[in-house]
Structure formats: C-alpha cells, structure tokens
Write a protein that binds this ligand. Structure first.
Ligand SMILES: *Cc1c(COP(=O)(O)O)cnc(C)c1O
Length: 473
C-alpha cells in the first residue's frame, strides 16, 4: 500500500475520457452506458491492483484498455448455460443435458411462456383445473395405466411414491437392487428421506420369491422393484420377475411399485435397438405403479412420471409433497408435444431427436466422421494424427448399460513419443473445450475419440476449428 501512496497520481485515463474514445464509444450501442461504465471501472481497478499505473506501459494505453473492456463485455454477455457438441458417444448424457427436444416442443414452450395459459384452468368448465390433466390421458393411453402424474424428475417420483405409500412403514427391496444411480441418488438414502423403512431381502446376486414371501408382514407397505440402471449382474444371478412378484404382492394385499429408471413407452426393438422393458409391459406384468424419467429414453423434458392404479395415484396427488415437486407449464407444454409424437410410430424416429440419434446407423454416421476428420487434419499442426475409426456409442442415463451401438468417430492422437503424448492430447482436449461451441469427446488409450453419432452435420463444427489455438505450443 505504501508504494502506491508514494507513486505519482495515476496516469490511467479517466472513465469519462475513455467513454469519449471512439473505440469505446462503439461498444456503447451494443452494451449500453451502465454495462460499459462498469466494465471500464472493473478493468481500471484491475490495472491499478496489478500495479500497472505507469503511462508508458502498453496495458495503460487507451487502445489496450478498449480491447480489454470489449473482451470483458463479450465474456460477460456469454451465458453460462450454453450449447456444446456432444461427441462423447453417450446419447443421453446427464451432464450434457440428456434428451434434446423436438421442434414442436420448443414451439409449444414459446407459446405458453410468452402468454398466459390454461395451466390450472378448465377452460370448458370455467373453473380451476389440474395441471397434470394436460398430459394424463395421453400418458395413460401410452402406458396402459388408469392414472398418471408428473413431478420434477424420477428421483422426485420415487420420493413421492415412498413418502405417500410407505411413511413409517416397510418397503421390501432386493439387495441386488439397492442401487446408486449417480448424482447422490441412492435408493436407501431416498428411502430414509421419504420416511420409509428399508427391508432388504435376498443377496446381491440372487433373490428368490421366497425371500419376498418371508419378509411380507403386516408392517409391509409396498414391495419395490428397481431397474438396475447402470450395471448388470452376470453369472450366478437371479431376480424375481414382475409377474411372479405381482402375484405374491396381490395375494398379500401389498402394492408392487417399480422404478423403471429410463423407462420407454414403446418397444425399441422395432427400430433394431436392444429391448428395454416398456412402461406398458411393466404395468401388464402387474406393477401397481411405475416411475420413470421424462428426459431419458422417452426423449422429453426433465420430469418424472408415475403411472398406474388410480387409487394409488390419488394418494400421491393428495400428498403435500406433490406441490413441492410439481412441474411448471414449460415442462408440461414440452411433454404434451412429445407424447403427441408417440401417436405416429412410423414418424417417431424422424421427429424425436433422441430416437433419431439412437437409430442412426454406422453407415449414416461415417460420412460425417470423414468430414470432421478432414476438418481436423487441416486445422491441427503436424503433431497430431487424425483417423476415422469405428467405435461404440452408448444410450446412456442408465438405459441398457451393457449394450452398445456401432458408430464411427474421429480419433486424434499425438505423434509425439511416449513422454509428451498425453500432454499433447490433454492440451487439445482443453483447446476444444474453449471453442465458441465447446467440443466434448472421450479419451481412449491415450487418444481423443470424437464419436459422431450425435453430430448430424460436421460443417458448423469445422468452421470454428480456425479458432483452435495451436495446441502443440
Ligand atoms: C435415472 C434413474 C433415476 C433418477 O431419475 P432422474 O430423472 O434423473 O431423477 C431413478 N431411478 C433409476 C432406476 C434411474 O435409472
């Protein structure tokens, strides 16, 4: 501090003077006086803090200040939440926002966001209505259910079911199904938070019908099945099917609820994809309630859906927690449009982005990968080798954890010898994340793999490769 006191009065230009500079005046139109003044003040303060007060230094020159303030304003105007290129090969990537919405859903969102809407208003009757009513009939038709409701996500659906049906009572779950989904969602923890008591049965690899039968007592509130989302037990393993379990639960007068996780409304095998149990199959097998996500295989907005018996769904609806977990008009508008698309299965793969990406064949993806590889080969320096390679995509979000989809990607490796190899690839990875549209791939065997399953057109991505700072430096 004492050094600063001893220096001459700051030679840095004043804010007023800077505002009159042509270079900064041009920023005035784009950002307005308030933002521009604030950015100038922040920058001048940073220069002072850095001890850059001498007029002779480059950074104190008006042009340098104008450039830095401009960059600061651009940076500040960039939203934190923004698009990235998902070249990870995982279609439903939780960290990258899961399902992409169809245009019809985006349009519906815009309509209800810009104007008042009948969210909880029964227009025909002229009185208060139910927000879930906008999607319930379609959900019931697709799921073969008597009733359905929507909450914030599937974790909320599980919480609501447990709290509504099993508070202070027992929930019977197989030890093989006490899963952690990721992001701190663990079945035993959510059970505790819901006020339900966990009654574990069976073992990690094998649970038999008799295990459930022995555990069922008057204290049992529900039997719960959890779809093993992100792993598979192989070898000496056995589980009890919904059908067997439903018969037992019904005989004992206890509801069977199933957390399907991803849950799909249609049989994916019709498009050559692996089989994932559908909501309808699960209900037909005897589950009284089924919980599943809106933004996994369903391909809609983030939400959690509970479908099943009307009497049970009613109990859920009357729980005050439902109010805390409800979705807004934006989610409902999008979900309704997505459900409408399910009315025409022939067009579904073309209309629903998630299905479109999942059903792309290796041969459809290959030309895009070749384009992208050419773009990279031209943009990168000689320190990198660029190849087109076959790779395997994943559905993601816990659906079909073991099955993969044949895909094609770009492999970029360093041509450096061993010691420098990983550093070069990591530098490239970082440079790709710093592009205007960050590119996210995955590392495999010391190389960067950019899976092109989710890339429909390489051109926009190649166009920004010019901004790639020479990463070899
Ligand atoms: C994904 C998943 C959840 C959590 O769903 P969210 O919609 O992410 O809240 C719960 N249970 C299972 C089995 C899942 O796969």
């Amino acid at each position: 501090m004492s050094t600063r006191l001893r220096t001459e009065p700051s030679p840095l230009p004043s804010v007023d003077r800077l505002l009159r500079e042509p270079a900064l005046e041009s920023l005035l139109g784009a950002y307005g006086r308030v933002r521009l003044t604030a950015a100038i003040r922040t920058h001048l303060a940073a220069l002072r803090d850095a001890g850059i007060a001498a007029a002779a230094t480059d950074a104190a020159r008006v042009e340098s200040i104008a450039a830095a303030v401009g960059a600061r304003l651009v940076e500040d105007a960039r939203p934190s939440l923004r698009p990235v290129a998902n070249l990870t090969g995982t279609v439903l990537h939780t960290n990258l926002g899961r399902a992409l919405l169809p245009q019809a859903a985006i349009d519906a969102i815009a309509r209800v966001a810009l104007q008042p809407c009948n969210l909880e208003f029964d227009v025909a009757a002229g009185k208060r209505g139910e927000r879930d009513a906008h999607v319930e009939t379609r959900l019931c038709d697709l799921a073969g259910a008597e009733a359905a409701l929507v909450v914030n996500n599937n974790a909320a659906a599980v919480l609501l079911v447990l709290n509504s049906l099993a508070r202070n009572r027992e929930v019977i779950v197989s030890r093989g199904e006490l899963v952690e989904i990721g992001g701190h969602f663990r079945i035993p923890d959510i059970m505790a938070r819901a006020g339900a008591r966990l009654r574990e049965v069976g073992t990690t690899n094998r649970t038999h019908l008799a295990d459930y039968a022995d555990a069922l007592t008057p204290k049992s509130a529900i039997v719960m099945k959890v779809h093993a989302s992100n792993y598979e037990v192989r070898g000496f393993a056995s589980t009890v099917s919904e059908r067997e379990l439903a018969a037992l639960a019904r005989e004992r007068g206890v509801p069977l609820v199933t957390d399907l996780g991803s849950g799909t409304l249609v049989d994916l095998r019709q498009w050559g994809l692996p089989h994932e149990p559908t909501v309808r199959e699960t209900i037909e097998a005897g589950a009284d309630l089924v919980m599943f996500s809106g933004d996994k295989l369903l391909g809609g907005p983030q939400c959690g859906i509970v479908a099943g018996r009307a009497a049970l769904v009613d109990k859920l609806r009357r729980n005050p927690l439902k109010r805390a977990l409800r979705v807004d008009k934006i989610v409902l508008a999008a979900l309704e449009q997505v459900l409408m698309l399910y009315g025409d299965l022939e067009r579904l793969p073309a209309e629903l982005p998630t299905l479109r990406l999942l059903t792309r064949t290796r041969d459809e993806i290959e030309p895009v990968a070749r384009d992208l590889a050419r773009g990279f080969a031209a943009a990168l320096d000689v320190g990198y080798e660029v190849d087109v390679v076959d790779c395997a995509s994943q559905i993601g979000s816990g659906a079909l954890p073991v099955d993969t989809l044949p895909s094609v990607g770009v492999r970029i490796a360093s041509s450096a010898a061993r010691p420098g190899r990983d550093g070069a690839v990591q530098r490239l990875q970082r440079a790709l994340r710093e592009l205007p549209m960050p590119v996210i791939g995955r590392l495999v065997d010391h190389a960067l793999i950019l899976d092109c399953r989710c890339l429909l057109d390489a051109a926009p991505l190649i166009a920004q490769l010019g901004a790639l700072r020479p990463p070899g430096a």
